[in-house]
Design a protein around this ligand. Structure first.
Ligand code: A2P
Length: 351
């Protein structure tokens, strides 16, 4: 008989949480039990799952007793607040926040890139930043053929990265502008409808915002190349739910475009989308709701013999967040890695 697992979603009512719920159903995850957890604001409300109405509970100290896997997507402070309780209860936490990603004792996993890292968890596995996941899926297959020496990235990030409230805000702002009214910004610092702005994550003293530094530091950790040269400019655009990225990749020697296309057409999680005659390439509306990262517009960098340019779009809520987390959970269940590889959970050292 197939083994089944008791799973909890922390942040079940959010943009990523509701997608986690849909994916557990769609991918027929081997569930023994499913708990939906959120803030007290949502307690008592229900969400449908496989034709059943599941009641959302406010998270408490007892919520994780008897749970095997917690899929957490309720923000960094909520993850930090509950990590010790979760690991202490013997559950493994697959955390979508940035709270633990750069800890050396927490694997940072993109299943198409470094699946084995998941086996080394001590109670927490981090789901990487969404733009970093999409980039990693698309470029790791090229990196395996010829190591990438430098990445220059520009991102075009949708409202979904800031959650369900931000997506609603962009719709309201669009409506207001079309009605000749002033757009109201609450979830974002500025109106996003009919506008764009450099990513609103906090600025750091090196001049990069935190989102840009996540792309730098997290790609190095996922690829296992601590000195990988990465630079990024992250921008919010008025798109609802799929991110786009323009990437310039530099190698030690020229990378033949035909080889790049051949590699990417066979790469797991990637779909090559290029129609040069029709000028048709990946677009967020085509990537929305899809599992694959759409890649296209692969071309020689005319300013550097060893560099190529490419363009990608990927669903931020799916592969950029919920799908990647579910794939990590599947790695654990399929390889019998649910229990920590080391007996000491890191619970007592969590800040
Ligand atoms: P709630 O809907 O009850 O506020 P998003 O990323 O789309 O904004 O979603 C955030 C998710 O995190 C929601 O499910 C939200 O629940 C949940 N959440 C936010 N704060 C807390 C908290 N303090 N405790 C538990 N869940 C929280």
């Amino acid at each position: 008989m197939t083994q089944t697992y008791r799973v909890a979603i922390l942040g079940a009512t959010g943009a990523v949480g509701t997608e986690l719920l849909a994916l557990l159903d769609e991918r027929n995850f081997p569930l023994a039990e499913l708990k939906l957890l959120a803030s007290p604001r949502s307690a008592g409300q229900t969400l449908d799952f496989k034709g059943e109405s599941l009641v959302i509970e406010a998270v408490t100290a007892d919520s994780f007793k008897g749970v095997d896997i917690v899929l957490a997507s309720a923000g960094g402070s909520t993850s930090k607040a509950w990590a010790e309780t979760i690991t202490g209860a013997g559950a493994v936490m697959i955390d979508n926040s940035s709270a633990f990603r750069m800890r050396p004792d927490v694997p940072l996993v993109v299943p198409e890139v470094n699946p084995q890292a998941a086996s080394e968890h001590q109670g927490i596995i981090a789901n990487p930043n969404c733009t970093t996941i999409l980039m990693a899926v698309a470029i790791y297959p090229l990196h395996q053929v010829q190591p990438i020496r430098r990445i220059v990235a520009a991102t075009y990030q949708s409202a979904s990265g800031a959650g369900a409230r931000a997506m609603e805000e962009v719709k309201r702002q669009s409506q207001a502008i079309l009605n000749g009214e002033a757009p109201v910004a609450e979830a974002f610092p500025y109106p996003l409808a009919f506008n764009l702005f450099p990513h609103n994550s906090p600025l750091t003293d090196v001049g990069y915002c935190e989102e840009e530094l996540k792309m730098v530091n997290e790609s190095r950790k996922i690829f296992g190349v601590p000195d990988l040269r990465v630079t990024a400019t992250c921008v919010r655009v008025p798109v609802l739910r799929a991110h786009s990225e323009a990437l310039n990749l530099e190698f030690d020697s020229p990378f033949a475009l035909e080889k790049a296309r051949e590699v990417l057409s066979q790469a797991p999680g990637v779909k090559l989308v290029e129609d040069w005659q029709a000028n048709y390439f990946p677009m967020p509306i085509d990537a929305s709701g899809k599992d694959e990262v759409l890649v296209g517009r692969i071309r020689q960098d005319l300013s550097h013999p060893n560099a190529i340019d490419l363009w990608l779009c990927g669903d931020q809520i799916r592969k950029g967040a919920a799908l990647n987390a579910i794939q990590i959970a599947e790695l654990l269940t399929q390889n019998d890695w649910v229990k920590p590889s080391k007996s000491l959970p890191l619970a007592n050292s969590i800040a």
